[in-house]
Design a protein around this ligand. Structure first.
Ligand SMILES: [Zn+2]
Ligand SMILES: [Zn+2]
Length: 172
């Protein structure tokens, strides 16, 4: 792989993660203002459970398909086919990870090792309507000033869980 191709691939992948994480934040925040799927989201808060990794993934990936195709087609048009493929792959990978992060924080938030606190769990637990909209990342909450620390204490220490615990979520 040439150096330029590597740069093209990496830049498109980072761009996909950047845009996807921002979309995750914005869409969730708009759900709390009543502009998008307000009733469905209110039910999600009432029920407190998540629908399983697969259906979460579908919700992350199906609505933005026109945008994914549009951006990839644009990159293709500018003769950047590697970037086009990498961008599409990045969005799909982000969606699968975000779906996992969502399900994990509903099923066992102790395992959300990559964040200082499981933001989405605290969002539900403390009935937050104006804070902690991130799911896979908390970056945008920090940027837009909606990040809220809580006194979340894990039930068990992370090293007390076997590796298999990460697979014990509702998948379907
Ligand atoms: Zn919410
Ligand atoms: Zn949730």
């Amino acid at each position: 792989m040439s150096w330029l191709v590597f740069v093209e691939l990496s830049a498109a992948f980072v761009l996909a993660f950047f845009i996807s994480s921002l979309a995750e934040y914005v869409v969730h925040r708009l759900m709390h203002t009543g502009l998008i799927n307000a009733n469905i989201h209110a039910d999600h808060h009432k029920e407190g459970g998540a629908q399983g990794w697969f259906l979460e993934f579908k919700d992350y990936i199906v609505p933005p398909i026109p945008a994914i195709v549009g951006v990839s087609a644009l990159l293709w048009y500018f003769e950047l086919p590697v970037a086009a493929a990498s961008f599409a792959a990045g969005v799909v990978i982000y969606g699968s990870l975000a779906a996992y992060a969502h399900q994990l924080q509903h099923d066992n938030p102790d395992l959300c090792f990559w964040l200082p606190q499981p933001v989405h769990f605290t969002h539900h637990q403390d009935k937050m309507w104006h804070h902690n909209f991130g799911i896979l990342v908390d970056f945008w909450d920090r940027v837009f000033g909606t990040y809220k620390s809580t006194d979340y204490l894990p039930g068990k220490k992370i090293y007390e869980y076997p590796l298999s615990a990460y697979f014990k979520i509702k998948w379907f």
